[in-house]
Structure formats: structure tokens, C-alpha cells
Design a protein around this ligand. Sequence first.
Ligand SMILES: Nc1ncnc2c1ncn2[C@@H]1O[C@H](COP(=O)(O)OP(=O)(O)O)[C@@H](O)[C@H]1O
Ligand SMILES: [Mg+2]
Length: 272
Amino acid sequence: MATDRPEIEIRGLHKSFGDNHVLRGIDLEIGRGEVVCVIGPSGSGKSTLLRCVNLLEEPNEGQVFVGGTEVTDLDVDIDAVRRRIGMVFQQFNLFPHVNVTENLTLPQRRVLRRDKAQAAAVARENLARVGLADKADAYPAQLSGGQQQRVAIARALSMGPAVMLFDEPTSALDPELVGDVLSVMRLLAAEGMTMMVVTHEMSFAREVADRVVFMDEGMIVEQGPAAQVVGDPQHERTRNFLNRILDPAAAAAPVAGSQDRLRKSVDEPSEE
Ligand SMILES: Nc1ncnc2c1ncn2[C@@H]1O[C@H](COP(=O)(O)OP(=O)(O)O)[C@@H](O)[C@H]1O
Ligand SMILES: [Mg+2]
């Protein structure tokens, strides 16, 4: 397998649900260690795109390669592919009835066949990585949303993924809890993790993303460095979208904290 290929390659991807043609020809490459933020209106197909990368959705047309392996090949060992890919959702999906350590060790034992001690050691290491070493024995309900999301990230990391997919990981959080989750993601990016992040956190995108991809109606409208796509969008649809998320008066139910963060990020002069 060639090692110089992009970690993620998406070619000519189409996905329909019945008559709803959701992805209309997506081509995207993400290099090893690259952080790509995907932005776009609700319903534009961002989640579907992520879900096609690890085959939670089966594309109708096109190819997806992860680590040089075609995941859309009918003969692929999909479990092996999924082991390379960690996914973090808006809803944390922790098991409520077991503690944090068990949330991290159960998938390792079941999927990776690690023994209890091995799995616990990996869990400890990753809880420390997300700043929650002291929560090993807590139950999810005893944690804040931000802490639960960091546990979900630690759980994904415990599987040793080469790629991390994030689907609006901070959207369900109270504004004051968003920062800790973004800090963990920033750390992962700095460690060289390949990341594909669907987010509306423009300050994160500007600071961390190597590239921002704007999607609308199942297509990539434009992509480039964050300062360019967010700071100087070339397409009217991108400008309209950014205006909508950046203008509190135009948003239906603005969250004060996130609007402030967004506005701040866009007003800040580019450092490039
Ligand atoms: N499992 C599904 N079954 C049917 N329609 C779906 C399914 N998942 C997504 N869709 C539809 O696909 C479109 C894009 O959804 P989605 O990928 O979730 O967009 P986004 O994440 O950008 O908001 C929407 O019209 C949505 O209703
Ligand atoms: Mg979505």
C-alpha cells in the first residue's frame, strides 16, 4: 500500500435517500496529519459525507479510500477499515450504565480483543490526554456535557485510529463547555492526527484547520485556507451562509456565547 497517498480520498461520491439526491459528486482529499473543517447549511449533506467515509452510509456512486484502502470495495474488511477511523458525534453516545473506564475498555476488548489490564492502561492514558484522569470511576450522568464529549473522544482514541471524524462535536454543549472540547481537538491536531471536522466554530476553523470546505446542496462550493474561505469567501452562497451564522439578528435562536466567538473570529485580522 502506498504510504504517500492521502489518508482520505473521496472521488465522485453520490448518495441518495430515495428521491433525495443528498451528495452530488464530492471529490475531496485529506492528507496525513491534515485538519479539514467542513461547514455548510443544515441539510447540505455534511453528516452524510462523514458517514460515507466509514460506511455508516453506503454511497450510490463513487469511491472512498481510507489509508489507501478502498472502503467502497464490496470485498473490503469493513471492520478493519472502521478500526482506522474514530468518530465523534454531536450526541456523545456513552453507555449510561457503566462508568467512564468501562466505556473506554468495553469496545477495546470486544473489537480489538485486548485483555482487561491492557484495555484499562490504554483507557487511563487517553483519559489523561483529554484531561479527565480523575473521572475514571464516574458515571456519564455525573459529568457535564463537555466532560462526556471528552470521554467520547478518549473512547475513540483508545481504539488507536489513524483518522478522526467529528460531526458537530460541540453543537449540543452549553457555550461555556465548548472551549474544553475544542482544546482537546486542538491538541490532537497538534499531535498530527488526521481530522475531518464538521463544525460551525469558525474561530476553531481559523485557528486549527489547514483547510475549510464549504458545502451546499450536496456539493463542495469552495475550499481553501480558513482565512480565505471564512475571511474572504469567493462565492455568494458561502457569503450568505457566513453572514447568516455570523449575524445574531438573522439567526433564529442565537446562542450568545457562540455568536460572540464567531463574530470575534471573523473580525480578527488574518495572520497569514
Ligand atoms: N438516514 C437517512 N434517511 C433519509 N434521509 C436522510 C438520512 N440521513 C440524512 N438524510 C437527508 O439527507 C439530507 C442531508 O442530511 P445531512 O447529511 O444530515 O445534512 P447536514 O449534516 O449537512 O445537516 C437531508 O435532507 C436529510 O433529511
Ligand atoms: Mg449534520
